[in-house]
Design a protein around this ligand. Sequence first.
Ligand code: A3P
Length: 266
Amino acid sequence: LQTLPPMQLADKYFQIFPEERDPLWQNPCHDKRHKDIWSKEKTCDRLPRFLVIGPQKTGTTALHSFLSLHPAITSSFPSLVTFEEIQFFSGPNYNNGIDWYMDFFPFPSNVSTDFMFEKSANYFDTEVAPKRAAALLSRAKILAVLINPADRAYSWYQVVDGSQLRSNPALVMEGIQRFLGVTPIFNYTQALTYDESKGFWCQRVEGARPKCLGKSKGRKYSDMTPESRAFLTEHYREHNMELLRLLNRLGQPLPAWLREELQSSS
Ligand code: A3P
């Protein structure tokens, strides 16, 4: 039997199977053949049970910080490179492989009750991300924050959004806990407090000022002009109709802003 040296063999292989040039990582423990050759020192449990996928500018940093307050929920370690987010499924980091990804997660203390997660806001709009995430985390739950795209566009420009996460985070966090099936149910009404000067909900700290997100999250600016709002409402109308159809198909409740937006533009 004759064979080529490894590098040449790899070149040859990818010439014959070019579609395999991009890897698709799967959970090594889901396939016996993979598990058998997976190092004994490694585990398959240093993977998230749910993902917060974005999109950007919807309040994902606030959601991340609220989730991290929960005693049974553990966030990934922050990346020093990409705004603290791991951004594994969405870009070149994917080529670093699953060991690199798992290093962002602690060894779970109690696998059945520990909910590890990561938040990368660009998973939402990266086309390869769903395929990659489904291959590695087939059972993970997905959280997407939906706000009025007109407000989101204005937020990119300078502004604040008007979603329920912002106005009533305790209620939203209760729904999220039920969706995740996480216990104990953490009381966010107690853990959070509205900070008048920030104008946002922040973490309550006993005997001290509330702990709010940094300056770049929850900025102060004037309201959108009616002309801009009318323009953006029109601009996003078809996309919002698509979202309505998608949520109906998935049997998901409609966010209040979507109802209002479609009523006002019909
Ligand atoms: P602005 O920066 O326009 O004020 P993300 O973290 O996904 O980039 O989203 C940032 C947005 O989160 C902020 O937009 C703000 O409107 C919103 N947000 C919701 N709840 C917040 C909170 N408790 N503190 C700060 N920002 C919050």
